[in-house]
Design a binder for this molecule. Structure first.
Ligand code: 5GP
Ligand code: MG
Length: 179
């Protein structure tokens, strides 16, 4: 069995590059049909989504713009609750179709905050495209428009996703071995 070890943790291979690319193909096909004529702005969430975005967007054939953002989330004042900041967003989103490209939706907190932020900036249609979705972990009211793969509630690395910065460059997905 193929395994990798980073620091104190060992992971075994669980999803091959070929399976990933098949799932990415399906999402691209859906986007090409759904987003025709909508002039979407794809917002790629760094760092984790870089590999997914690269493979996905090569397969998207409609006119579109791309931008790369980082999400910062912190607790504001009692009245503002949690505050989400989009670092690197220089494009006007008012009135536009926005497609968020994310690596994985777990509790959904990151995406919920990002959607609220984009709504407050006047985006017209906000969609979420995620490579992985853990349905059992979801705690926020979120609509996931494009989920390439649903996965169980395990910790994974590879294909952009990291453990303490390691593993992002792996071409396959590896799952943490419980020990
Ligand atoms: P959420 O805000 O949905 O709870 O969590 C989303 C973020 O947590 C993801 O963008 C990712 O950075 C991290 N995350 C959640 N599950 C995993 C996982 O299985 N592996 C890795 N590497 N990161 C994860
Ligand atoms: Mg992420």
């Amino acid at each position: 069995m193929k395994t990798v070890t980073f620091k104190d943790k060992t992971f075994r291979v669980s999803i091959s590059e070929a399976e990933l690319l098949k799932a990415v193909d399906n999402v691209a096909e859906k986007m090409n049909a759904d987003l025709e004529g909508k002039n979407p702005l794809f917002l790629i969430v760094l760092n984790g989504a870089f590999m997914f975005a690269s493979d996905l967007l090569k397969r998207v054939e409609i006119p579109a713009q791309l931008s790369f953002v980082k999400v910062a989330s912190y607790s504001g004042t009692a009245s503002t609750g949690r505050v989400t900041e989009l670092i690197g967003l220089n494009e006007e989103v008012k009135g536009r179709t926005i497609v968020i490209i994310e690596d994985i939706v777990d509790s959904g907190r990151t995406m919920y905050g990002m959607v609220e932020k984009l709504k407050s900036l006047g985006a017209d249609d906000i969609r979420i495209a995620t490579l992985f979705f853990k349905p059992e972990a979801l705690k926020y009211d979120l609509n996931i428009d494009y989920a390439a793969m649903n996965i169980p509630n395990d910790f994974i690395v590879g294909y952009g996703l990291d453990y303490d910065g390691y593993g992002r460059n792996l071409r396959d997905i590896y799952t943490l071995i419980n020990s």
